[in-house]
Write a protein that binds this ligand. Sequence first.
Ligand SMILES: C[S@@+](CC[C@H](N)C(=O)[O-])C[C@H]1O[C@@H](n2cnc3c(N)ncnc32)[C@H](O)[C@@H]1O
Length: 289
Amino acid sequence: MIHSPPAASATRILAGLLESRTGQQIAPSRYWRIQSALAPILKAQGIPDLDALVAVLSDPDNEQLLQASLDAMLNNESFFFRDTAIFAALRSEAFPALRERRAHRKTLRIWSAGTSTGQEAYSVAMLVDSERDKWTDWKIEIIGTDISPSVIARARTGRYSQFEIQRGLSVDYMLRYFAQDGEDWVIDPRLQAMVRFQEDNLLKPRAELGRFDIILCRNVLMYFAPETRHIAYSKLERSLENDGMLMLGAAETVLGQTELFSATREMRGLYSKASGGLSGQSIIPPPLR
Ligand SMILES: C[S@@+](CC[C@H](N)C(=O)[O-])C[C@H]1O[C@@H](n2cnc3c(N)ncnc32)[C@H](O)[C@@H]1O
């Protein structure tokens, strides 16, 4: 007798919910992740399986549980200085170029979009701090945003496990910027104060974040369907200064994905607005399903 996997349709429904709320797609070959991601919620709620969870979630009164379930299904993988070559380009090429371009007003705004648990935004803060003498009198704002309330809450604490602290961070930076607290490592309050974290869905317009000189949006768009990715690129384009720079993940490119950005010839891994980009035009993204 052939059995279909126990919660095959439940996983499909949950994957569909995740995509409609966040844009993130889970390939059917990775549906097994849904079961393991939601196991703690099932246990805590005394819900026997994913079919029963889907039934519970179909009650609109259970929106909070739905949010928690979506949150648990998101892929939050991150580590410090992920893709070292791109961070090296930030230090050696983007920062010097922007120091020149912004010399008259001495302000720099950096946005880590889809920041997860904060390693990306804090890596940028460490880079800036390690060259403090070059930024004397500058006002530097670093903002980390994510759709997931739980990772934003964690990012704000600046607290990392022994495993997390060892991923991507040199011993020098670890000792310079973190203090050991029991089994964890906690970021220097001075660095913590350089970064602000808040919730934000890349697929929804949010004007109050303002415009940025550098946007990092790394390992987020690769999980979006093409049309959803287009909505996100439009938001990034509108949020970037005309001469600002976009940084994607090492495995990502704008090539064949969007015409709003193009590769910068002189800076590998950094993208600028394509000439005649959509700046100034009003593009209202279609509502989410
Ligand atoms: C794989 S992590 C990447 C973290 C970090 N950028 C890095 O490269 O190390 C992707 C992050 O994007 C967030 N995310 C997914 N969909 C999002 C959306 N629509 N708006 C904002 N953040 C989103 C997830 O919650 C997750 O924390």
